[in-house]
Design a protein around this ligand. Structure first.
Ligand SMILES: C[S@@+](CC[C@H](N)C(=O)[O-])C[C@H]1O[C@@H](n2cnc3c(N)ncnc32)[C@H](O)[C@@H]1O
Ligand code: SF4
Length: 407
């Protein structure tokens, strides 16, 4: 990684640190800040994320002020944290002006301590227009981009309702490579009519353009999306179970061979290049959720709070302007819920979970009989140090493994 100085131009890290000087650093663990930009140019037919299309111009000034207010209010709840990662996700954050991104990062630096080596990721759609902003994002303090390439052929991109061509996406990847030391891109596989041979060729080509990190998602059919209706009426056919399994297996084989093993069920990285922000979620660390529809996990008064903000962008704006935050759900997680979350998130990781940590959270140990059965079935392994991991054949049935262990 480059030095913090060049990566964080525009983020007043020292100012933020000095404004908090004297404040006790309450804990040494990772702390992430997620910021949600809820707008897209069009809605992709498979997507159920909190993303909205607006035909009038977005008042970015107003959103930037609201983000700053919500950051200030959240920091007052969880003061003295040292921010180890920031993730600008969406929606399409690459529609934001670099100065809006700069204002968000300034607000974070003003109200929390920011680690010298903080990871600042921005999700970008790979159109040529968006790629022209990359240098501006870098100057604002972003040091990693994650591009939604999705597919490397135009017919698939059209089927997925994407607004970019494969060539444009690869050009955006090249611009990302020239602008950031760290970049990643997403592909969606298990698409209609995709065979393992087709996917292998596409993935090999993708890896030729990848650096240190790739996110490879199997297409999921989400309720409420246009794809859901088409799938239900048989007009959109996804690969059957055996083909999906073969697609998953070639993914692991090819990525492993190229030094990009899965560190999480859908995320691949060279060792050491994992997305630190994602690890915050999966390791059950603390994070703040800022912006419309953002989720957070905050430790206040010795208990963990699960927070969620108003999803509708304009309603979120009005709430923040009236009260300083857009939080509409704030639940204290009991020990059972915390332990279940630890299991659900942690077992997605190749590093697995520590059963002792589970027992501490749950107040009871995992059932040794269930562990033994899952081991016999080849779904999990138990390391010498006791860590429990899901195997390659366990990952395709991860939900069942988690349900079995949590029962
Ligand atoms: C919320 S999107 C934001 C990124 C950006 N707006 C874009 O589309 O490029 C994050 C990623 O989730 C993945 N994704 C969203 N919906 C999906 C689905 N139904 N199945 C598989 N992957 C999906 C896509 O790969 C996408 O890049
Ligand atoms: S996939 Fe990305 S661009 Fe498409 S609607 Fe969802 S968030 Fe927007």
């Amino acid at each position: 990684m480059t030095s913090a100085g060049s990566l964080h131009r525009g983020v007043p890290l020292t100012q933020g640190a000095s404004s908090l000087r004297g404040a006790e650093q309450r804990r040494g663990g990772a702390f992430g800040v997620y910021v949600h930009w809820p707008f897209c140019l069009s809605k992709c037919p498979y997507c159920d994320f909190n993303s909205h299309v607006r035909h009038a111009a977005i008042d970015e000034e107003r959103f930037a002020s609201a983000f700053a207010s919500e950051i200030e209010t959240t920091a007052a709840r969880v003061p003295g944290r040292r921010v180890s990662s920031i993730f600008l996700g969406g929606g399409t954050p690459s529609l934001m002006q670099p100065q809006t991104v700069g204002r968000v990062l300034d607000a974070i630096g003003k109200h929390w301590l920011v680690a010298e080596d903080v990871e600042v990721t921005l999700e970008a759609n790979p159109t040529s227009v968006e790629a022209t902003r990359f240098r501006g994002y870098r100057a604002a303090g972003v040091n990693r981009v994650s591009l939604g390439v999705q597919a490397l052929d135009d017919a698939s991109l059209k089927m997925l309702g994407r607004l970019h061509s494969a060539r444009e996406a690869l050009e955006a990847v090249a611009i990302a490579r020239g602008s950031f030391e760290r970049y990643s891109f997403d592909l969606i596989y298990a698409r209609p009519d995709q065979t393992p041979t087709m996917w292998s060729e596409e993935l090999e080509r993708a890896i030729g353009q990848a650096a240190e990190h790739l996110s490879l998602y199997q297409l999921t059919i989400e309720e409420g999306t246009p794809f859901f209706g088409l799938h239900a009426t048989g007009k959109l056919k996804t690969p059957d179970e055996a083909t999906a399994r073969a697609l998953y297996d070639v993914t692991q084989e090819i990525c492993g061979r190229h030094g990009l093993p899965a560190y999480e069920i859908s995320n691949h990285a060279r060792p050491g290049a994992e997305c630190r922000h994602n690890l915050v979620y999966w390791r059950g660390e603390e994070y703040a959720g800022i912006g419309p529809g953002a989720h957070g996990r905050l430790d206040c008064d010795g208990v963990r709070h699960a927070t969620a903000t108003e999803r509708r962008p304009e309603a979120w704006l009005m709430r923040v302007e009236a009260t300083g935050h857009g939080v509409i759900t704030d639940d204290v997680l009991n020990s059972e819920e915390r332990a279940d979350e630890y299991l659900l998130m942690g077992l997605r990781l190749a590093e697995g979970i520590d059963p002792q940590s589970y027992a501490t959270l749950a107040g009871r140990a995992l059932d040794p009989n269930r562990i033994a059965t899952l081991r016999e079935e080849g779904a999990i392994t138990v390391d010498d140090d006791g860590r429990l991991r899901v195997t390659q054949s366990g990952f395709p049935v991860l939900d069942a493994v988690v349900a079995d262990l949590a029962a």
